[in-house]
Ligand binder design. Structure first.
Ligand code: SAH
Length: 250
């Protein structure tokens, strides 16, 4: 079995495919000053199985186009939307966030939790901007340094994983340069990583390994996930996801 298939199998059974939380999605909705007073067209990019999509659909009066390039995740979102009676508001779509078919000035909101790193923050905020209406809202979570200095070990870890990691002030500067006005920023608290993402993931390791007959590839994947969790536990004082909310300047 290909490693991507294993990765999908391990992650499709989680509520989330990355750190985040319902309360935090709601906090970002509040900072973005979004409410039910008008109908919104929203794109949720890299939606995974749709934890944020469902939250947005519940809280707002919106049509949400939920995009992910993994068909299995999109299928689960489709089922969850139907089970929550939200199918008429949620439009799941298999596609890539670097090849979006929206028209210019089409969207009121672009949402993306724990996913923009796949194309890079700077490229994402630049390439997605034309799809937003003037004064449209961008709400994205992005790996962020929490301190100005940090141990060499965690610096080199992230330099290898995602060299675009930076402090919030640097990320906000990029948003301003790309033509957005910042509306809000907050850090995802530890429970978004541990209670909402890593602990549920850990609880699936045994079943996942036995389902794949303890194959070398399955063991290697679990080992890599365990290492990632250890890095977070050891160095969580230095990095987290930052949630950035900004408005497109006209
Ligand atoms: N937003 C979800 C998932 C975050 S994990 C959550 O918070 O739970 C990152 C997601 O980005 C995964 O679902 C992955 O399939 C998706 N992804 C990665 N590269 C992508 C691309 N180029 N286009 C669309 N989706 C992508």
């Amino acid at each position: 079995m290909e490693n991507l298939e294993l990765l999908i199998d391990l992650h499709q059974h989680g509520d989330r495919q990355g750190p985040g939380g319902k309360l935090e999605t709601e906090r970002a909705i509040t900072l973005a000053a979004l409410d039910k007073s008008r109908h919104l067209k929203i794109a949720d990019l890299g939606c995974g199985t749709g934890a944020s999509t469902l939250c947005l659909a519940n809280k707002l009066n919106a049509d949400i186009i939920a995009v992910d390039f993994i068909p299995e995740f999109i299928e689960i979102l489709r089922r969850n939307a139907a089970a929550s009676n939200l199918s008429q508001h949620i439009h799941p779509h298999v596609g890539s966030m670097d090849d979006l078919a929206f028209a210019h000035n089409e969207l009121d909101v672009i949402w993306s939790e724990g996913a923009i790193y796949n194309i890079g923050f700077e490229q994402g905020i630049h390439d997605w901007r034309p799809f937003l209406k003037p004064k449209g809202v961008l709400a994205i979570s992005e790996i962020t340094w929490l301190t100005d200095h940090r141990p060499n070990e965690i610096q080199s870890y992230w330099d290898a994983q995602y060299p675009e990691i930076d402090t919030a002030s640097a990320k906000i500067k990029l948003l301003e340069k790309a033509g957005y006005a910042p509306l809000g920023y907050f850090v995802l608290p530890e429970h978004c990583w541990l209670d909402n993402y890593y602990h549920p993931l850990q609880s699936r390791f045994d079943a996942f390994l036995s389902c794949h007959a303890n194959s070398d590839d399955a063991q290697a994947l679990v080992k890599a996930e365990k290492q990632e969790i250890k890095v977070f536990e050891t160095f969580k004082a230095y990095f987290s996801y930052g949630f950035y909310i900004a408005r497109k300047l006209a």
